[in-house]
Write a protein that binds this ligand. Sequence first.
Ligand code: UD1
Length: 419
Amino acid sequence: MQKLIIKGNKELSGKISISGSKNATLPILAASILANQVKIKNIPMVQDIFTMIDLLNFIGLKTKIIKKKNTLEIKKPEKKVNTLAPYKLVKTMRAGVLVLGSLLTKYGKAKVSLPGGCAIGTRPVDLHLFALKKLGAKIKIKNGYIFAEAKKGLKGANISFPSISVGATENALLAAFRAAGKTVLKNCAIEPEVKDLIKFLKKLGAKISLKGRTISIQECKISNSKITHEVIFDRIEAGTYMIASALLARKELIINKVNPKNLKSEIDVLKKIGIQIIKKKTSIIIKKGKKFKKINIITKPYPGFPTDLQAQLMVLLTQVNGTSKIKEDIFENRFMHVPELKRMGAEIQIKDKTAIIKGPTKLNGAEVMATDLRASVSLVLAGLVAETRTIINRIYHLDRGYELLEKKLKSCKADIRRV
Ligand code: UD1
């Protein structure tokens, strides 16, 4: 099994280019089931994307990956279509459940494996099913599968989500796209990744408007023409490297290929901690940190501070003066990095949903284990800060979502290698 070995405490300098967003690409790939022919650019070449491509191939779509250009071409199925998303593909990547909305829209039926639990919590799909039922789909759960049917097509409806879910908003968009009449979705997730899906669907012919957390969708015809779409940058990857820069920049580090407008909450939090940040049109410059101040934050849906950056921020908070608090308000079990960080010398206590982090503490290298995607990268950050050597096991989690991680860090003079 592969491991990462990091010799920490080295200053970083240079530039890092941010890849396309994994979480924007996944729903767009699911939406491609609706199209004749698409070309998607700026796709990150990471494991979750390959799993979604495997799923599209399984369904019957024709895909061609052009790795060097981070591009994927997709053509509609020529022969038989499988309206099935099997367990083996959905269990490794929950976003597989997003094909449910597209398959229902295009073929009037779908059989999709329930994703099951995952390391960060139970992660149900009740909100996805709630929306699909409101649109007229008949849903049954049997043998671990969701059986959905809408033989006569879906019907527009007014749907108000009881709580905000990125995936449920996306699945509802994919299902409502061609539903008869008008659909209004209230209390939606408005992450930039949801907006990128809307942009893609509009190219497919969708009539969608967004106001606050309300999305209105008017029945439309699917365009048959070839569609080209460039995926937005990965704001979580950008935030991760912004934190790495804040911790270790020699003088400054430049984060390229971003839109600072989508990073407002991250920039605000880092500034409050005392980090100097210069925003340019498509890049961000992070200056070497001096005195870091403590902070209390709560993870929230966009435009709030993202849960996907909570673990990385915690590493930074081990280096600030004073005691900080992070309340994890999205997922129930997302502090699995804490025992590993404690083994490296961090002083962190967990009380219910809140982590209390004492700083500054010296981090020491240790052999640690990655548990999920974002927890894994927080261990990489801790390893970069630590005084001695860190070995990170189970790095397949990292490969699910961080493109060229070692290469990008090495180009900034980090001492990191895979064995
Ligand atoms: C997406 C992101 C993930 C991010 C998360 C929250 C993708 C591929 N993944 O995941 O990286 O951490 O948003 O920003 O885009 N919930 C329910 N019932 C449901 C659906 C969700 O109770 O049917 C709950 C979840 O358990 C969680 C909360 O709602 O507590 C938010 O989850 P959701 O926004 O749906 O996350 P994902 O779309 O799975």
